[in-house]
Design a protein around this ligand. Structure first.
Ligand code: ASP
Length: 373
Protein backbone atom coordinates (compact mmCIF):
# COMPACT_ATOMS: atom_id res chain seq x y z
CA UNK A 1 0.00 0.00 0.00
CA UNK A 2 1.45 3.40 -0.99
CA UNK A 3 0.85 5.86 1.81
CA UNK A 4 -0.30 9.40 1.25
CA UNK A 5 2.56 11.71 2.23
CA UNK A 6 1.75 15.39 2.68
CA UNK A 7 3.69 17.46 0.11
CA UNK A 8 5.74 19.27 2.70
CA UNK A 9 7.12 15.98 4.07
CA UNK A 10 7.79 14.32 0.72
CA UNK A 11 11.35 13.58 -0.30
CA UNK A 12 12.43 14.41 -3.87
CA UNK A 13 11.40 11.87 -6.49
CA UNK A 14 14.42 10.95 -8.67
CA UNK A 15 12.17 9.86 -11.53
CA UNK A 16 10.75 13.33 -11.94
CA UNK A 17 13.92 14.54 -13.68
CA UNK A 18 13.88 12.40 -16.82
CA UNK A 19 15.68 13.91 -19.81
CA UNK A 20 13.84 15.61 -22.62
CA UNK A 21 15.50 15.72 -26.05
CA UNK A 22 12.84 17.94 -27.46
CA UNK A 23 13.78 21.64 -27.25
CA UNK A 24 10.20 22.72 -26.91
CA UNK A 25 9.77 20.46 -23.91
CA UNK A 26 12.94 21.94 -22.43
CA UNK A 27 11.56 25.48 -22.70
CA UNK A 28 8.21 24.47 -21.25
CA UNK A 29 9.86 22.62 -18.37
CA UNK A 30 12.19 25.55 -17.69
CA UNK A 31 9.23 27.91 -17.53
CA UNK A 32 7.27 25.56 -15.26
CA UNK A 33 10.21 24.94 -12.94
CA UNK A 34 11.01 28.66 -12.83
CA UNK A 35 7.42 29.45 -11.98
CA UNK A 36 7.34 26.73 -9.36
CA UNK A 37 10.51 28.00 -7.74
CA UNK A 38 9.18 31.55 -7.54
CA UNK A 39 5.92 30.29 -5.99
CA UNK A 40 7.63 28.08 -3.43
CA UNK A 41 10.03 30.89 -2.53
CA UNK A 42 6.95 32.74 -1.25
CA UNK A 43 5.72 29.78 0.77
CA UNK A 44 7.42 29.73 4.16
CA UNK A 45 6.62 26.03 4.65
CA UNK A 46 8.76 25.04 1.69
CA UNK A 47 11.78 27.24 2.38
CA UNK A 48 14.84 25.03 2.93
CA UNK A 49 15.37 24.43 6.61
CA UNK A 50 17.97 26.50 8.42
CA UNK A 51 18.24 27.61 12.06
CA UNK A 52 16.47 30.92 11.31
CA UNK A 53 13.39 29.56 9.61
CA UNK A 54 12.75 26.37 11.54
CA UNK A 55 9.98 26.66 14.15
CA UNK A 56 11.26 26.35 17.70
CA UNK A 57 9.56 22.97 18.16
CA UNK A 58 11.69 21.49 15.38
CA UNK A 59 15.02 22.87 16.58
CA UNK A 60 15.32 20.52 19.50
CA UNK A 61 14.48 17.49 17.40
CA UNK A 62 14.81 14.30 19.38
CA UNK A 63 16.37 11.12 18.11
CA UNK A 64 13.63 9.06 19.69
CA UNK A 65 10.65 9.67 21.92
CA UNK A 66 7.96 7.59 23.57
CA UNK A 67 4.80 8.23 25.58
CA UNK A 68 2.29 5.86 27.11
CA UNK A 69 -0.96 5.94 29.02
CA UNK A 70 -2.80 3.58 31.33
CA UNK A 71 -6.23 5.23 31.19
CA UNK A 72 -7.81 8.60 31.99
CA UNK A 73 -10.70 9.55 34.22
CA UNK A 74 -11.67 10.46 37.73
CA UNK A 75 -8.66 9.37 39.75
CA UNK A 76 -9.03 10.01 43.46
CA UNK A 77 -6.14 12.01 44.95
CA UNK A 78 -6.68 9.99 48.13
CA UNK A 79 -5.51 6.78 46.52
CA UNK A 80 -3.53 4.80 49.07
CA UNK A 81 0.25 4.75 48.78
CA UNK A 82 0.48 1.07 48.03
CA UNK A 83 -1.92 1.34 45.12
CA UNK A 84 -0.24 4.47 43.84
CA UNK A 85 3.04 2.62 43.86
CA UNK A 86 1.56 -0.20 41.80
CA UNK A 87 0.61 2.30 39.11
CA UNK A 88 3.97 4.07 39.20
CA UNK A 89 5.77 0.72 38.97
CA UNK A 90 3.62 -0.44 36.07
CA UNK A 91 4.14 2.82 34.17
CA UNK A 92 7.87 2.79 34.92
CA UNK A 93 8.33 -0.81 33.73
CA UNK A 94 6.42 -0.24 30.51
CA UNK A 95 8.28 3.00 29.81
CA UNK A 96 11.64 1.36 30.39
CA UNK A 97 10.81 -1.47 28.02
CA UNK A 98 9.73 0.89 25.23
CA UNK A 99 12.67 3.20 25.84
CA UNK A 100 15.17 0.34 25.55
CA UNK A 101 13.70 -0.76 22.23
CA UNK A 102 14.14 2.76 20.83
CA UNK A 103 17.58 3.32 22.34
CA UNK A 104 18.78 0.13 20.71
CA UNK A 105 17.52 1.25 17.32
CA UNK A 106 14.23 -0.66 17.28
CA UNK A 107 11.31 0.63 15.25
CA UNK A 108 8.44 2.71 16.55
CA UNK A 109 6.12 -0.26 15.92
CA UNK A 110 8.35 -2.57 17.98
CA UNK A 111 8.50 -0.04 20.83
CA UNK A 112 4.73 0.44 20.86
CA UNK A 113 4.06 -3.32 20.88
CA UNK A 114 6.57 -3.99 23.68
CA UNK A 115 5.21 -1.13 25.79
CA UNK A 116 1.55 -2.01 25.34
CA UNK A 117 2.28 -5.69 25.95
CA UNK A 118 3.86 -4.83 29.29
CA UNK A 119 0.77 -2.82 30.27
CA UNK A 120 -1.55 -5.63 29.07
CA UNK A 121 0.29 -8.11 31.28
CA UNK A 122 -0.07 -5.86 34.32
CA UNK A 123 -3.38 -6.53 36.12
CA UNK A 124 -3.74 -2.98 37.45
CA UNK A 125 -4.58 -1.69 33.97
CA UNK A 126 -7.76 -2.33 32.00
CA UNK A 127 -6.24 -4.23 29.10
CA UNK A 128 -5.17 -7.85 28.77
CA UNK A 129 -5.07 -9.34 32.28
CA UNK A 130 -7.10 -7.02 34.51
CA UNK A 131 -9.65 -6.20 31.80
CA UNK A 132 -13.09 -5.15 32.98
CA UNK A 133 -16.14 -7.41 32.83
CA UNK A 134 -18.90 -7.19 30.24
CA UNK A 135 -22.53 -7.27 31.35
CA UNK A 136 -22.48 -11.03 30.83
CA UNK A 137 -19.55 -11.34 33.25
CA UNK A 138 -16.95 -12.04 30.55
CA UNK A 139 -14.12 -10.16 28.90
CA UNK A 140 -14.10 -8.79 25.35
CA UNK A 141 -10.92 -7.03 24.36
CA UNK A 142 -10.23 -4.40 21.69
CA UNK A 143 -6.88 -3.28 20.28
CA UNK A 144 -5.35 -1.44 17.34
CA UNK A 145 -1.96 -0.46 16.00
CA UNK A 146 -0.97 1.90 13.20
CA UNK A 147 2.38 2.41 11.51
CA UNK A 148 2.74 6.07 10.55
CA UNK A 149 5.42 5.32 7.97
CA UNK A 150 3.14 3.20 5.79
CA UNK A 151 -0.21 4.17 7.29
CA UNK A 152 -0.95 0.48 7.55
CA UNK A 153 -3.04 -0.60 10.51
CA UNK A 154 -4.38 -3.65 12.33
CA UNK A 155 -7.43 -3.66 14.59
CA UNK A 156 -9.48 -6.18 16.58
CA UNK A 157 -12.65 -6.09 18.61
CA UNK A 158 -14.36 -8.62 20.86
CA UNK A 159 -11.31 -10.84 21.45
CA UNK A 160 -11.89 -13.42 24.17
CA UNK A 161 -8.85 -15.72 24.27
CA UNK A 162 -5.83 -13.78 23.01
CA UNK A 163 -3.43 -13.02 25.84
CA UNK A 164 -1.90 -9.94 24.19
CA UNK A 165 -4.28 -8.29 21.73
CA UNK A 166 -1.62 -5.78 20.63
CA UNK A 167 0.55 -8.63 19.29
CA UNK A 168 -2.35 -9.93 17.24
CA UNK A 169 -3.15 -6.40 16.01
CA UNK A 170 0.39 -6.18 14.68
CA UNK A 171 -0.08 -9.50 12.89
CA UNK A 172 -3.27 -8.19 11.29
CA UNK A 173 -1.35 -5.11 10.15
CA UNK A 174 1.60 -7.05 8.78
CA UNK A 175 0.16 -10.26 7.42
CA UNK A 176 -3.47 -9.77 6.50
CA UNK A 177 -5.01 -8.03 3.50
CA UNK A 178 -7.62 -6.65 5.93
CA UNK A 179 -7.39 -4.09 8.70
CA UNK A 180 -10.15 -4.88 11.19
CA UNK A 181 -11.48 -8.23 12.49
CA UNK A 182 -14.30 -8.68 14.98
CA UNK A 183 -15.49 -11.35 17.43
CA UNK A 184 -15.42 -14.90 16.07
CA UNK A 185 -13.56 -13.77 12.97
CA UNK A 186 -10.89 -12.16 15.13
CA UNK A 187 -10.53 -15.41 17.07
CA UNK A 188 -10.33 -17.34 13.80
CA UNK A 189 -7.60 -15.04 12.58
CA UNK A 190 -5.78 -15.71 15.86
CA UNK A 191 -6.10 -19.48 15.20
CA UNK A 192 -3.95 -19.01 12.10
CA UNK A 193 -1.14 -17.41 14.09
CA UNK A 194 1.14 -18.45 16.93
CA UNK A 195 -0.17 -15.86 19.44
CA UNK A 196 -0.55 -17.10 23.00
CA UNK A 197 -4.11 -18.10 23.91
CA UNK A 198 -5.72 -18.20 27.35
CA UNK A 199 -9.05 -19.08 28.93
CA UNK A 200 -11.30 -16.05 29.18
CA UNK A 201 -11.06 -16.03 32.98
CA UNK A 202 -7.29 -15.41 32.72
CA UNK A 203 -8.29 -11.75 32.27
CA UNK A 204 -10.33 -11.68 35.53
CA UNK A 205 -9.05 -10.20 38.77
CA UNK A 206 -10.82 -9.94 42.11
CA UNK A 207 -10.76 -6.20 41.95
CA UNK A 208 -12.43 -6.07 38.54
CA UNK A 209 -15.03 -8.54 39.77
CA UNK A 210 -15.87 -6.24 42.69
CA UNK A 211 -16.09 -3.26 40.36
CA UNK A 212 -18.35 -5.23 38.06
CA UNK A 213 -20.57 -6.12 41.01
CA UNK A 214 -20.76 -2.49 42.08
CA UNK A 215 -21.53 -1.39 38.53
CA UNK A 216 -24.30 -3.98 38.26
CA UNK A 217 -25.73 -2.90 41.60
CA UNK A 218 -25.86 0.67 40.34
CA UNK A 219 -26.91 -0.52 36.89
CA UNK A 220 -24.14 1.73 35.80
CA UNK A 221 -23.01 2.00 32.22
CA UNK A 222 -22.08 4.94 30.10
CA UNK A 223 -25.27 4.67 28.14
CA UNK A 224 -27.73 4.43 31.00
CA UNK A 225 -29.36 7.42 32.64
CA UNK A 226 -27.57 6.90 35.95
CA UNK A 227 -24.23 7.71 34.41
CA UNK A 228 -22.76 11.18 34.75
CA UNK A 229 -19.40 12.56 33.72
CA UNK A 230 -18.55 13.84 37.18
CA UNK A 231 -19.63 10.85 39.18
CA UNK A 232 -17.34 9.89 42.02
CA UNK A 233 -16.94 6.32 40.95
CA UNK A 234 -13.31 5.43 40.88
CA UNK A 235 -11.51 5.54 37.59
CA UNK A 236 -11.41 1.84 37.03
CA UNK A 237 -15.13 1.40 37.29
CA UNK A 238 -15.66 3.35 34.12
CA UNK A 239 -12.45 3.96 32.32
CA UNK A 240 -9.18 2.36 31.59
CA UNK A 241 -7.22 1.55 28.49
CA UNK A 242 -3.55 1.41 27.70
CA UNK A 243 -1.70 2.93 24.80
CA UNK A 244 1.68 3.99 23.50
CA UNK A 245 3.08 6.27 20.81
CA UNK A 246 6.67 6.35 19.63
CA UNK A 247 9.10 8.06 17.28
CA UNK A 248 12.12 5.94 16.37
CA UNK A 249 15.64 6.96 15.31
CA UNK A 250 14.60 6.79 11.65
CA UNK A 251 11.91 9.40 12.32
CA UNK A 252 9.04 6.94 11.92
CA UNK A 253 5.98 7.07 14.14
CA UNK A 254 3.54 4.47 15.46
CA UNK A 255 0.55 4.34 17.80
CA UNK A 256 -1.08 1.41 19.60
CA UNK A 257 -3.99 1.08 22.02
CA UNK A 258 -5.50 -1.88 23.89
CA UNK A 259 -8.47 -2.13 26.24
CA UNK A 260 -11.00 -4.28 28.03
CA UNK A 261 -13.46 -1.47 27.22
CA UNK A 262 -16.03 -0.35 29.72
CA UNK A 263 -17.23 -2.17 32.83
CA UNK A 264 -20.67 -3.71 32.34
CA UNK A 265 -20.65 -2.97 28.60
CA UNK A 266 -23.43 -4.46 26.53
CA UNK A 267 -23.27 -7.31 23.99
CA UNK A 268 -20.82 -6.59 21.23
CA UNK A 269 -20.15 -2.99 22.24
CA UNK A 270 -17.15 -1.60 20.36
CA UNK A 271 -15.27 1.39 21.76
CA UNK A 272 -13.04 3.95 20.08
CA UNK A 273 -9.81 2.01 20.61
CA UNK A 274 -9.87 -0.24 17.51
CA UNK A 275 -11.44 2.42 15.30
CA UNK A 276 -8.62 3.79 13.16
CA UNK A 277 -8.70 7.57 13.50
CA UNK A 278 -10.94 7.31 16.57
CA UNK A 279 -8.77 6.16 19.46
CA UNK A 280 -5.67 5.22 17.47
CA UNK A 281 -3.97 6.98 14.56
CA UNK A 282 -0.51 7.57 13.10
CA UNK A 283 0.86 9.15 9.95
CA UNK A 284 4.20 10.74 9.01
CA UNK A 285 3.50 13.79 11.19
CA UNK A 286 2.03 12.46 14.39
CA UNK A 287 0.98 9.37 16.35
CA UNK A 288 -1.96 9.52 18.78
CA UNK A 289 -3.54 7.16 21.31
CA UNK A 290 -6.72 8.07 23.19
CA UNK A 291 -8.43 7.02 26.38
CA UNK A 292 -11.75 7.96 27.92
CA UNK A 293 -15.39 7.79 26.95
CA UNK A 294 -15.16 5.76 23.75
CA UNK A 295 -18.49 6.86 22.31
CA UNK A 296 -17.49 10.54 22.55
CA UNK A 297 -13.98 9.93 21.26
CA UNK A 298 -15.23 8.08 18.20
CA UNK A 299 -17.99 10.61 17.44
CA UNK A 300 -15.31 13.24 17.01
CA UNK A 301 -12.96 10.92 15.10
CA UNK A 302 -10.62 12.37 17.69
CA UNK A 303 -7.17 10.98 16.92
CA UNK A 304 -7.52 11.75 13.22
CA UNK A 305 -8.97 15.20 13.93
CA UNK A 306 -5.92 16.04 16.03
CA UNK A 307 -3.68 14.94 13.14
CA UNK A 308 -5.74 17.02 10.68
CA UNK A 309 -5.56 20.11 12.88
CA UNK A 310 -1.78 19.75 12.65
CA UNK A 311 -1.57 18.96 8.94
CA UNK A 312 -4.19 21.33 7.58
CA UNK A 313 -4.41 23.89 10.39
CA UNK A 314 -0.70 24.15 11.14
CA UNK A 315 -1.33 23.66 14.85
CA UNK A 316 1.33 22.21 17.12
CA UNK A 317 0.60 18.79 18.62
CA UNK A 318 -0.21 20.34 21.98
CA UNK A 319 -2.52 23.01 20.53
CA UNK A 320 -4.31 20.43 18.41
CA UNK A 321 -4.97 18.26 21.46
CA UNK A 322 -6.16 21.21 23.53
CA UNK A 323 -8.55 22.29 20.74
CA UNK A 324 -9.91 18.75 20.60
CA UNK A 325 -10.36 18.55 24.37
CA UNK A 326 -11.77 22.04 24.89
CA UNK A 327 -13.76 22.69 21.75
CA UNK A 328 -14.94 19.32 20.53
CA UNK A 329 -15.15 17.22 23.70
CA UNK A 330 -16.61 17.99 27.11
CA UNK A 331 -14.92 18.05 30.50
CA UNK A 332 -14.39 14.53 31.78
CA UNK A 333 -14.47 12.90 28.35
CA UNK A 334 -10.92 11.99 27.36
CA UNK A 335 -7.16 12.08 27.44
CA UNK A 336 -4.64 11.81 24.60
CA UNK A 337 -0.98 11.05 24.25
CA UNK A 338 0.91 11.95 21.10
CA UNK A 339 4.33 12.34 19.57
CA UNK A 340 5.12 14.33 16.44
CA UNK A 341 7.80 13.73 13.81
CA UNK A 342 10.27 15.95 15.69
CA UNK A 343 9.87 13.91 18.86
CA UNK A 344 7.72 16.48 20.66
CA UNK A 345 5.51 14.71 23.17
CA UNK A 346 2.17 15.90 24.48
CA UNK A 347 -0.09 14.25 27.06
CA UNK A 348 -3.33 16.18 27.62
CA UNK A 349 -6.65 15.40 29.26
CA UNK A 350 -9.89 17.03 30.38
CA UNK A 351 -10.35 14.44 33.13
CA UNK A 352 -8.96 14.70 36.64
CA UNK A 353 -6.12 12.42 35.81
CA UNK A 354 -4.48 10.11 33.33
CA UNK A 355 -1.89 7.47 34.12
CA UNK A 356 0.89 8.51 31.79
CA UNK A 357 4.62 8.51 31.23
CA UNK A 358 7.10 9.64 28.62
CA UNK A 359 10.79 9.61 27.80
CA UNK A 360 12.97 10.90 25.00
CA UNK A 361 16.56 10.93 23.79
CA UNK A 362 17.15 14.31 25.44
CA UNK A 363 17.07 12.57 28.84
CA UNK A 364 13.60 13.72 29.85
CA UNK A 365 11.58 11.07 31.69
CA UNK A 366 8.25 11.74 33.42
CA UNK A 367 5.70 9.56 35.16
CA UNK A 368 2.47 11.27 36.14
CA UNK A 369 -1.06 10.52 37.33
CA UNK A 370 -3.01 13.68 38.18
CA UNK A 371 -3.90 16.56 35.92
CA UNK A 372 -2.14 19.28 37.89
CA UNK A 373 1.11 17.48 38.64
N1 ASP B 1 -11.91 4.35 25.45
C1 ASP B 1 -12.15 3.06 26.03
C2 ASP B 1 -13.46 2.53 25.57
O1 ASP B 1 -14.41 3.27 25.48
C3 ASP B 1 -12.15 3.09 27.52
C4 ASP B 1 -11.08 3.92 28.11
O2 ASP B 1 -10.23 4.46 27.44
O3 ASP B 1 -11.07 4.04 29.30
O4 ASP B 1 -13.56 1.35 25.33
Amino acid sequence: MIPHIPAKYRAGNPHSHSKRSNWFSFVVITLIVGGWLSITACNPEDVPLSEENVPATQLDQKEWAIALHGGAGTISPDMDEERKQLYYDGLTDALTIGQLVLEEGGTAVEAVVATVQSLENNPVFNAGRGSVFTREGKHELDAAIMDGRTMEAGALTGLTTVRNPIILARKVMESSPHIFFSGLGAEEFADQTDVERVENDYFSTDERREQFQRAQDRSSTLIEPGWQRDNDLDLNLKYGTVGAVARDREGNLAAGTSTGGMTNKQFGRVGDVPIIGGGTFANQMVAISATGWGEKIMQQVSANTIANLMEFGNHSLEDAMVIMLNERLEPGDAGFIGVDQFGNISMQMNTRGMYRASASSDGERVILIWEDE
